[in-house]
Design a protein around this ligand. Sequence first.
Ligand code: MLT
Length: 326
Amino acid sequence: MKNWMAALTVAGAFALPLGAQAQDNYPSRAITWIVPFAAGGPTDAMARNVANRVAQELKQTILIENVGGAGGTIGAAKAAKSTPDGYTFLVGHIGYMAAAPSLYARLPYDPARDFQAVFRFPDTPLVLLVGEKSPYKSVSDLIAFGKQNPGKLNFSNAGVGSTSHLVAAMFASQAGMEITPIAYKGAGPALNDLMGNQVDAMFDQTNTALPQTQGGKVRALGLTSSERMPQFPEVPTMGEKAIPGFQVSTWYGLYAPKGTPDAVVQTMYQAWQKALQDQAFTGRMSEQGIQLLQPAQYAPAAFQQFTAEEIQRWAQVIKQAGITLQ
Ligand code: MLT
């Protein structure tokens, strides 16, 4: 089902200076960014945040199309098969663009072969959350229960291969305990059930976890960042209290189907570079616990190389942690 949500409609349109090859009047009509999770989750929130600001530079509408399911791989497959004309892109991330090749035996796309990296977004660390009525007051409490009660702790996630699934599996493996993963079509629905005390815990990205912790609906036990964060002043890092060296962030970025003209890639990247110069915009992202990168890390070639490296890295992580499709 399509969930067309206009990220931004801006009256009037004229083309930005294009890259090497002139593309007449690109973008001359609305652009679609496929987000392969349900609306309301961190990937959706990040995508709308970036799309709104890039749309202002392009002076064109960017529509977010949510296509949930299978940890993001259904939406990614749809994007891989889309026409490479500069009007359909994928908002990709660490799960379905790097971990999925090592989790799914028959992935209906190849992240390296079927896509061209356009630009990387900033990262979001994750935070281990429990419901407000949970008996667990610390990561250590949760681990103690999990070790004594194998399989009893239910962790909600956004589907197999999602960050919330991967990070929970890494956590369980490094803590020496067995958990039960419960899959949803996105972290939004997964967080809703945590707030309803239907599940015991989940790892969510900071941009969507923060308002719920501030509202007292969920309690944050540990951050997956390397340092404590001012947005979560009382919350230790996972590495500090429970599992030394436990550090992971969700990375995201925009990908075009292979064959998209390079001038289109450059036009989209130039719009993003202009957006990153807007300190009010980048300041708002930092307030959500989003971690800005070094400027060079956002570029198409750097992001393409990073994606290839991450596919290799996650193959090792998944093998060592024994993470499977469950
Ligand atoms: C995840 O990988 O857990 C996703 O970020 C979930 C989402 O954005 O809905």
